[in-house]
Design a protein around this ligand. Structure first.
Ligand SMILES: [Zn+2]
Ligand SMILES: [Zn+2]
Length: 350
């Protein structure tokens, strides 16, 4: 590290086996192993793990970690508001909306005038269940690349919801099961269904009740919600129910009359994946930026260095290089895209 002159991004944040580490700040971001001080971008389990000494995150992320891991998930916690600046070691740190799920944040770490932004997971499209992505100008931008191939263009989520509602209208005797990851995706799908004007009760699998109730407690209006467990089979004819993607194939579906199986994920752009899972109604809805979103965001940050993590790193690195940006994959083991259900798809493919 140099004390004179311009600080390089890698003097501020560096990939280590435990995750991104700021030696001069005395913290890690989204560490995959237990550390003394962790700054957490959002509540998905590949980013937010239990067992750290101290956790600094938005109130929503802390609450979600508490819901998942229990009261003692960390030695100490500190809630950080979007836009607030903290001094940690020799760095100034601020959190900014990432547009991914409720409470999700990009973390900006600055020192001696150099700024590095770790964006966690993000999307640059509207989502009624969380604050919109905020563009943060920086020198180095750390981006995910879950859907980092030109084939991934998510399109209009409203059109996907319209497909579901058309099916409900066509098959009023069948239950409609929508597989959706339980933190973020499920609540967004419900909000989109409401935005399309559907006002009947929507049914929930038991595994998504607590997180969905948490969204409602934070002021996200999801209309009338009922537990599947309390419903009679006849009541579920023509109804919409949300469940974790893994439940689409289990015995649980038998309580629905002749169920139509739908699945909301960016991976549904790949028809073969939908077929393999026996999904009748693929819905291309993702909480990650698509290829165009990744490229547009990378360019808009003005960063000259791009570090790429979890996903199709090579394609985005190549795209950056062609534009004269310095780019490299981070190769940190432990981040996945469980929130899009890909792990389960891969299992089915094996
Ligand atoms: Zn995520
Ligand atoms: Zn992730």
């Amino acid at each position: 590290m140099t004390y004179l002159g311009i600080m390089r991004p890698e003097d501020i944040l560096k990939p280590t086996p435990a995750g991104l580490c700021s030696a001069i700040g005395g913290f890690h971001i989204d560490p995959v192993r237990p550390v003394d001080k962790a700054l957490i971008t959002h509540g998905h389990s590949d980013h937010a793990r239990a067992g750290h000494g101290a956790v600094l995150a938005t109130q929503e992320t802390l609450d979600m970690m508490r819901l998942r891991y229990g009261e003692n998930f960390a030695g100490a916690t500190q809630a950080i508001r979007y836009g607030e600046t903290l001094k940690l070691g020799k760095t100034q740190v601020s959190f900014h909306p990432a547009g991914h799920v409720l409470g999700s944040a990009q973390i900006c770490v600055a020192a001696n005038g150099t700024r590095v932004v770790a964006s966690g997971d993000y999307k640059d499209v509207a989502d009624p269940t969380c604050a919109p992505f905020e563009l943060v100008a920086c020198d180095a931008f750390i981006t995910e690349a879950t859907f980092g191939l030109p084939v991934f263009r998510h399109g209009d989520p409203g059109a996907e919801i319209a497909k579901l509602l058309r099916s409900v209208a066509l098959f009023p005797e069948r239950g409609h099961l929508v597989g959706a990851y339980s933190l973020g995706k499920a609540q967004r799908v419900i909000a989109l269904i409401r935005a399309a004007g559907y006002d009947k009760p929507i049914y929930l699998h038991g595994a998504m009740e607590s997180i969905t109730n948490y969204y409602v407690s934070r002021g996200i209006d999801l209309g009338e919600l009922r537990a599947v467990r309390d419903a009679k089979k006849a009541e579920l004819a023509g109804a919409i129910a949300l469940c974790p993607p893994s439940s689409l194939q289990d015995r649980w579906t038998r309580r629905f009359p002749d169920p139509v199986s739908a699945f909301a994920s960016g991976w549904m752009r790949v028809r073969a994946r939908a077929r393999q899972r026996g999904v009748e109604l693929p819905m291309v809805i993702s909480d990650h930026a698509d290829w165009d979103g990744l490229c547009a965001t990378v360019a808009a940050t003005g960063a000259s260095q791009i570090w790429v993590t979890h996903g199709a790193e090579e394609a985005l690195v190549h795209w950056c290089t062609l534009r004269g940006l310095e780019a490299r994959p981070l190769n940190i083991v432990g981040y996945g895209d469980e929130d899009e259900g890909a792990a389960e798809v891969t299992e089915a493919e094996a």
